[in-house]
Design a protein around this ligand. Structure first.
Ligand SMILES: [Fe+2]
Length: 368
């Protein structure tokens, strides 16, 4: 009421004449308002006190329950231990749920890639940018850029019988004892799923390759007699040139009936420099596995094409900058391939390494 009168006065309204009974009523109302304010403050304080008292009661109650619980136990220490064990079990269960959630996420990602294709895979590339950051932050090797004629995708044919890498691979896998054979065909080799992605299992296979002199002899002969002369001719290098090739090469197995895939990436993210070229070849029959490497034709172009090729052919591409990926192998057959890199002459700096990269391929040199 006082507010209404004040408002009317402030607004310039004519203040009605208040008779003495009215003034009396106004005064009484103001007193009631003051009492109400005191009551409200008191109520607020009481409410807070009540909450505080309830909290104290709850704490006392919890303490009493704990005390009663422990006093009812024959061995309180054992009871406490039991409670702690229970808490640990719950924590363990929570970790299992978290792990399951991660697995579900990976499966969803895999399904997403399977249904939406490589354009979606690009998103995951963005989500795993560590190698990209390392490469961008590094000083590039002080060498001339690789000639354009070498950076273009190409194919090289070789005599699969004279350089029998399939037979050599069988020997490697027999020694490795990482899987089993359904028949004597490479495509029917049964390997554990981890061989495609698990670093520890891949390293076990890598060590077997390192020790397989027969396999390495065929590989080196192929590099020296076929690929290095091809490179020299392709780049029209007339002078004696040094070629630095990965030794040993990488043997890769992608078991079938699996959703495991390799995300699109550039090898620059893994410490490779622009002066080297990628060589990739299937050892298994593509018509059976239908699984292969997909490569873009130029850096960043995103026009991924599958390397549809048979044993006896080698794909050459500038994988340091051109992105490539492997979709899941849904066939019942195992895909086995081999890949390696060759650094060319003055365009390759053998002493350059990408700081922060742990795994570096060993190399050998040949002059031609
Ligand atoms: Fe790669």
């Amino acid at each position: 009421m006082r507010l209404l009168v004040t408002f009317l006065a402030a607004a310039g309204a004519v203040q009605p004449e208040v008779p003495w009974i009215g003034r009396h009523a106004l005064k009484a109302a103001e007193e009631h308002e003051a009492v109400a304010q005191v009551a409200a403050e008191s109520s607020k304080a009481s409410h807070e006190a009540l909450l505080s008292a309830q909290a104290a009661l709850s704490a006392r109650d919890a303490a009493r329950q704990s005390r009663d619980f422990l006093s009812a136990q024959v061995d309180p220490r054992e009871a406490i231990q039991k409670e702690l064990d229970q808490a640990r079990d719950w924590a363990q269960e929570a970790r299992a749920y978290a792990s399951h959630a991660e697995q579900t996420f990976a499966e969803m990602r895999s399904e997403c890639l399977r249904t939406l294709g490589p354009c979606c895979a690009g998103l995951w590339t963005i989500m795993d940018p560590k190698g990209e950051r390392l490469y961008c932050a590094a000083l590039p090797p002080a060498v001339a850029p690789l000639p354009a004629c070498l950076r273009r995708p190409a194919r090289v044919a070789f005599d699969g019988a004279a350089y029998d890498l399939r037979a050599a691979a069988v020997e490697v896998l027999e020694k490795a004892q990482l899987g089993s054979w359904k028949s004597d065909r490479l495509e029917e080799y049964t390997a554990p799923g981890e061989i495609f992605r698990c670093f520890r299992v891949r390293q076990a296979l890598h060590r077997c390759v390192e020790e397989s002199t027969g396999f390495l002899e065929v590989y080196e002969r192929l590099v020296q007699k076929v690929l290095v002369p091809w490179l020299k001719q392709q780049a029209e290098l007339s002078e004696r040139t040094r070629f630095s090739y990965q030794f040993p090469p990488t043997l890769r197995l992608q078991p079938g009936n699996s959703e495991e895939f390799k995300r699109p990436h550039r090898d620059a993210e893994y410490g490779h420099q622009v002066g080297e070229l990628n060589f990739w070849m299937p050892l298994t029959d593509y018509s059976l596995t239908r699984s292969t490497l997909w490569v873009e034709s130029e850096p960043g172009k995103g026009d991924y094409q599958p390397l549809e090729m048979s044993y006896g052919e080698i794909a050459v591409f500038h994988g340091t900058l051109c992105r490539h990926h492997v979709p899941a192998n849904s066939s019942p057959f195992c895909r086995i391939s081999m890949d390696f890199r060759i650094g060319v002459g003055e365009f390759f700096d053998p002493h350059w390494t990408l700081k922060g990269v742990k795994h570096i391929h060993q190399r050998r040199e040949i002059w031609l």
